[in-house]
Design a protein around this ligand. Structure first.
Ligand code: FES
Length: 571
């Protein structure tokens, strides 16, 4: 085997000792301690991120995928090197996983830069991990293959199919309303997440995996193959072979794949799958790392043209394994036709047109609809503006109650998440089903890390009367698995003086999704007086030092992707 040129393989990213020859000599001396031969060390290197963690059950198959990816790399004549990075699980990240996403992106970026590799495979899946990894890949611009860990298989309870976590929320709501007793909710608890892998509804993890596949950064079908299936292990092996080829040729790089066209394609797919609202924040951050702006007005315009075609919870009825057996993302791309830029490239060198043409035909399947018979005639989410959200807010109207989409009601304001938790179930709470629940100080800086608290629970006294949905407004996020008439990501957030800070209980609020408006029906002069009386924003105690201070001082608002303000690539 010919020696790798100076800037490739083990010769890349040398540790600085002032003598390059000595740096390489020392590096080889140490790596030989692990038993590598000169032949192995002379090959192109494919780095593979290891995000396995006892705290991250969603990544419980990571070890198997890594083994398969290594096999693929070696069969194709390159050298795999596995290295650890931060791993984040939704339910094991305090205060929120979003608070840690940028740290994972930084860690992944810097470890790719610091260690010698000619291509990298990133293996992730639980909500914030794939966005963090793609943000890193776009910043380093080294040839990258994404392998999602894949969705869980479904659970079953009393003849009903269950899935994390749309059904977690629905059944917990039923428990709060007294419809399910303590014993049964415990049984359900053991059946909602029956295997390793990511949540198997169209939550954030599935949304990101589908968008990343549609952007050409991962192999066809990578988003949908269930995590425990043998097919996913074979996909990892094939991904290893593709990464080895990219390591040898030096491309394509993320900058050749993440173009204006592929970012637009991702938005089309996000609308068509009934994707998570979190996907908008992550796609914005990923695009910004590639020097591309994501404009909320054009996202809304795409939403008006692109129907929801995939029948998955929470917008529809099925789960990711059913989407997979119906043909997955390639079949969706074919159904979307010229709504997608099919000339966009993928990491294999094939265009999306070739990927769509090769999609499996599945007779009789009903999960991926044609545009003539969609689940919803327009896309999953709409962008709202108005005096309550001058820089925008989102609503996932595909998962909302239709009659609440045009609504005017009295505001009931919660000043923070602890305030909401303390009062929402108070039997004396003055609340009716027509009220609009408002939660503030839950945005990127306010909470911190913009918790998924936008799905405010229905006050217990109303839930017990059978109320299932109300209009809820906040500067928080919500899980992509949630259902309800929920206005999120109100920007700017209240903690930086956004208009949400001015709302008082008793004010009237009008939601007009058809007109794409969210307005506080209070005179401008009165709002100006309230704004005048607000205390100036100050650095809170939790942000006194370390990462918390970096986060607080530099995190951007939702419309800019909640990345740090110095991480964007310009131009
Ligand atoms: Fe990991 Fe849902 S908790 S994807």
């Amino acid at each position: 085997m010919a020696k790798e040129p100076r800037d490739k393989g083990l010769r890349k990213s040398l540790t600085s000792y002032g003598d390059a020859g000595f740096s390489l000599f020392l590096r080889k001396a140490f790596i030989k301690a692990a038993g590598y031969s000169d032949d192995a060390l002379d090959r192109p290197i494919v780095g593979i991120t290891n995000t396995a963690s006892d705290y991250n059950p969603c990544h419980g198959n990571a070890a198997q995928l890594i083994e398969a990816a290594k096999r693929g790399v070696m069969l194709a004549g390159a050298m795999p090197m596995v290295f650890p990075t931060i791993s984040i699980h939704e339910s094991f990240a305090h205060p929120t996983s979003m608070y840690l996403r940028n740290l994972m992106a930084m860690d992944t970026e810097e470890m790719i830069r610091a260690q010698p590799m000619d291509a990298v495979i990133v293996i992730g899946g639980c909500d914030k991990t794939l966005p963090a990894q793609v943000m890193a890949a776009a910043s380093v611009d080294l040839p990258t293959v994404v392998i999602p860990v894949g969705p869980m298989v479904v659970g079953h309870h009393r003849g009903e199919v269950l899935g994390a976590c749309t059904d977690c929320r629905r059944l917990w709501g039923a428990h709060r309303a007294g419809e399910i007793d303590e014993r049964e909710i415990e049984t359900v608890n053991g059946r909602l997440a029956p295997s390793v892998g990511t949540c198997m509804v169209m939550g954030t993890a599935s949304t990101m995996a589908c968008m990343i596949e549609a952007m050409g950064l991962a192999l066809p079908m990578s988003a949908t193959i269930p995590a425990p299936h043998a097919e996913r292990i074979r996909l990892a092996e094939a991904s290893g072979a593709v990464a080895a080829a990219m390591a040898k040729t030096g491309g394509p790089r993320p900058s050749e794949i993440m173009t204006e066209a592929s970012i637009r394609n991702a938005q089309v797919v996000m609308q068509a799958i009934g994707g998570s609202t979190n996907g908008v924040i992550h796609l914005t951050a990923m695009a910004n790392r590639a020097g591309i702006d994501l404009d909320l007005a054009s996202l809304d315009a795409i939403g008006r043209e692109v129907p929801v075609l995939v029948d998955l919870k929470p917008s529809g009825d099925h789960y990711m394994e059913h989407f997979h057996h119906a043909g997955g993302v390639p079949a969706l791309l074919r159904a979307l036709g010229d709504r997608i830029d099919l000339d966009a490239p993928t990491i294999t060198g094939a265009s999306l047109r070739e990927v769509a043409a090769a999609a499996e035909e599945v007779p009789g399947q009903t999960v991926i609809r044609s545009p003539d018979a969609p689940i919803k005639p327009v896309g999953a989410m709409a962008v709202l503006t108005g005096n309550l959200a001058p820089r925008g807010a989102l609503i996932k109207h595909s998962a909302a109650t239709p009659k609440l989409l045009q609504h005017e009601g009295r505001a009931l304001v919660f000043d923070s998440i602890p305030d909401m938790a303390a009062r929402i179930d108070d039997p004396d709470l003055d609340v009716s089903a027509d009220d609009v629940l408002v939660l503030r100080n839950a945005g990127p800086k306010g909470a911190p890390g913009m918790p998924e608290a936008g799905y405010l629970p229905i006050p217990k006294k109303l839930a017990r009367q059978g109320v299932k949905d109300m209009v809820r407004i906040s500067d928080a996020r919500m899980s992509g698995t949630a259902f309800g008439t929920i206005v999120l990501h109100v920007t700017p957030e209240s903690a930086v003086g956004g208009p949400l800070a001015l709302v008082r209980t008793g004010d009237r609020i009008r939601l007009d999704v058809a007109g794409r408006r969210i307005d506080l029906l209070v005179e401008e002069a009165e709002l100006a007086a309230r704004a005048e009386a607000l205390p100036p924003p100050a650095r809170p105690d939790w942000a006194a030092r370390g990462y918390a201070r970096l986060f607080h001082d530099t995190v951007t608002q939702a419309d800019e992707g909640c990345d740090f303000d110095f991480m964007r690539r310009e131009g």
